[in-house]
Design a protein around this ligand. Sequence first.
Ligand SMILES: C[C@@H]1N[C@@H](c2cn(-c3ccccc3)nn2)[C@H](O)[C@@H]1O
Length: 445
Amino acid sequence: QEISLKYGAGRLGKRQDADMKRFRDNRLGAFIHWGLYAIPGGEWNGEMYGGAAEWLKAWAKVPADEWLKLMEQWNPTRFNPKAWAKMAKKMGVKYVKITTKHHEGFCLWPSKYTQYTVAQTPYKKDILGEMVKAYNDEGIDVHFYFSVLDWSHPDYRYDIKSEEDEIAFARFLEFTDNQLKELATRYPTVKDFWFDGTWDASIKKNGWWTAHVEQMLKEMLPGVTVNSRLRADDYGKRHFDSNGHLMGDYESAYERRLPDPVKDLKVTRWDWEACMTVPENQWGYHKDWSLSYVKTPLEVLERIVHAVSMGGNMVVNFGPQPDGDFRSEEKELADAVGRWMSVNGECIYGCDYAGWDKQAWGYYTRKGKEVYMVVFNSPYSRHLVVKTPKDVKITKAVVLNGKEVGVKETARNEYNVDMPAKDPGAPFVIKLQIEDNTNAADKYR
Ligand SMILES: C[C@@H]1N[C@@H](c2cn(-c3ccccc3)nn2)[C@H](O)[C@@H]1O
């Protein structure tokens, strides 16, 4: 029996409008985490901190006014938005999520509601505006990351414990509304708002406000998508409301982790987007990547395919340098992923969960009647075992950008698909043609 909620899920089931279909079909995105934190890059007063570089203010216990003095050094002389957009295009990402404002409170746009913006730095110009134009000119959608938590604002409260807290936080929520309206007005091509910094008790006690923000943005920008992390319901329940229904338009809890391809198939019931770092846990630029394991391009690629195989999007993070250029590892990653996507992207873009049992050799994705086998692990047997659902037969198998391979039925709904004659030496994709007689069976039932 469901309880009545004023600020719970606004809709049941996946959104099926064109804007959401575009969000979903894009599948592969990039995160840009760029802010004052890039300047110290994980080091403060000569000490290197291994924690996330965009949280250095917290690790080194730096007071807000001292941290914000970094603005005097913000002058990315090598920032070239066109080059950034070309790099994203070559990587094959269809959208880029940009940190408009991270927890530190520094705004990449000239907000008129705070003094802590690019306008008050030596750089002066509207960096966000330059990025939005450059990405859009390359046909890449722009999504905005926005941190509600704002360490620069005196009215922020972690919890509401007094009348004074109530009054201050009400001012803070109005300030936040103003900034969001500013972003939606100045950059109307934005397609999505990805909220972060919404875990504190103060927000959970103001679920009404999170519902109001979702509604306000959707009124200002019809079709815009909003992540579940913004939302808290009447009882402070986050992401999923007290009746278990997803709030916002897609689930955004998979940060640096992915659902299990066998045990967590429930995630295929809703839209979701994961995001990942290349080191173990660095979103902002960190000077020293030797402090943790750095994923190879193949390990990044596998996570992208894993997400799509379970009906999710994947956003790969980039932390630009303070000078506005990217570190070589990130340039090489974008290049490697882009090369693979240029040959195999059709198993990613517009694809979804196939509904077939996962096998050891890799992942399935599906687009209508086309089922893709994305092979990461070559079997010693030289055969790729495929188990099809009842009434589904395989009629043909072709390697993308390659040749047809043999398919042999070995039992009811079981097949051996041959490996390509020449070992591709890298993850490859086999496109299956299937005969799906499920509805035929219904006819006789
Ligand atoms: C998308 C990612 N989310 C931010 C984050 C938040 N947290 C965090 C850390 C401690 C408690 C609650 C949340 N860790 N990382 C990161 O800074 C980055 O922006």
